[in-house]
Design a protein around this ligand. Structure first.
Ligand code: TXA
Ligand code: MG
Length: 329
């Protein structure tokens, strides 16, 4: 375990932007204002940074995160836009609207940030500080609201500090946020559907689309931490191959998802072995979780044996996902 970070607070200016970029590039966690609420940013392409972000928020589960980019062109490198999505982006970006879209081939965002899903939530924030950081960093930034899990979203730097002091590297203070509620989330996967009401009113979206939005059953309503019900739009990623949890040895035809330096018995007979973290590091394990599951899912095994993962820290969220994946059959 590394030492907890000392949280630095800087007033938004050119030096703060440069420091934010330096921290993000080093895998650090940087809170910054958007027009809705303060976001807690991490390099979207760095799985370990994303794992640290979940740990800092104390999320008990890996809910998928929103990826923030500087403009529509940058968003198009991450996701596929149908005609509805293109219309909404053109009308409302930059602004408090998040679009859930099919991930583009070669999308550089870490699997952990999208919780292993084939869709991605993208938004272009309308705040000069957020814009400057995204533009100077030049890469996508994932940013959930900068609060501890279960707490209300922060609209000032002081709120962020109260919740996350000693857990994140930097807070860029840009005053209070104007909108004060999170972005509206609309999925454009088939018929456009409202997943979360927020800063862009539904009727404005429906006017732009020229038709009503579907209400996604089981959608997150106003509780931004609650993922969509399984089986709905954001249904959790689950491998097709059955999972066998808490495995201490390998059975015929199984692949092994290992954890720690000591492999399960007869692991040499496994169809394929991938280790979440040889060092037993839960941050590394979280960063590898979804990509390893996907790789083992395509290994042609009749089951994936999963070694026990400790329940402390990020282990709680890792076990949450493993249990769901094992139950989804
Ligand atoms: O205004 C906002 O949107 C703020 C600022 C910081 O940008 N961010 C924010 O993020 O509210 P967060 O992580 O607190 O909420 C993200 C929401 C969650 O409800 C999550 O389930 C949903 O987005 N989400 C993310 N990816 C998704 C996906 N692929 N499918 C469905 N829902 C998704
Ligand atoms: Mg939130």
């Amino acid at each position: 375990m590394t030492a907890p970070p000392v949280t630095c607070v800087l007033s938004a200016d050119a030096a703060a932007t440069a420091e934010a970029v330096r921290r993000l590039a080093a895998g650090g966690l940087v809170a910054f204002p958007t027009e809705t609420v303060y976001g807690l940013g991490a390099d979207a392409g760095n799985g370990k940074a994303v794992a640290r972000l979940y740990e800092a928020k104390g999320r008990p589960a890996f809910n998928p995160l929103i990826t923030h980019v500087v403009d529509v062109a940058a968003a198009r490198a991450l996701a596929r836009f149908n005609a509805d999505a293109a219309r909404l982006a053109e009308t409302f970006w930059p602004g408090p609207l998040t679009l859930v879209l099919p991930k583009a081939a070669g999308c550089p965002v870490a699997d952990l940030a999208t919780a292993g899903l084939d869709s991605i939530a993208v938004r272009v924030p309308n705040h000069s500080v957020a814009q400057k950081i995204l533009s100077a960093f030049g890469k996508p930034v994932v940013a959930p609201s900068a609060n501890r899990s279960g707490h209300v979203s922060p609209t000032t730097a002081a709120h962020v500090l109260a919740d996350l002091r000693g857990r994140i590297d930097l807070i860029v203070d840009g005053g209070s946020t104007a909108v004060g509620v999170e972005s509206t989330i609309v999925a454009c996967l088939d018929e456009p559907a409202l997943l979360r009401p927020g800063g862009t009113p539904r009727d404005a979206i429906e006017r732009a689309l020229g038709r009503p939005l579907a209400q996604a059953p089981g959608s997150a309503a106003s509780a931004d931490e609650i993922p969509l019900a399984p089986g709905m739009l954001a249904s959790h990623y689950a491998p097709r191959t059955p999972l066998r949890l808490d495995a201490s040895g390998i059975r015929a035809g199984e692949a092994l998802l290992a954890f720690g330096p000591k492999l399960a018995e007869s692991s040499e007979s496994a169809v394929r072995v991938l280790n979440l973290s040889e060092r037993g590091d839960l941050i590394e394990a979280a960063a590898n979780l979804f990509s390893h599951l996907r790789a083992l899912d395509s290994a042609g095994a009749n089951a994936i044996a999963v070694m026990p993962v400790p329940h402390e820290g990020l282990g709680e969220a890792i076990n949450d996902r493993l249990v769901r994946a094992a139950a989804r059959r």
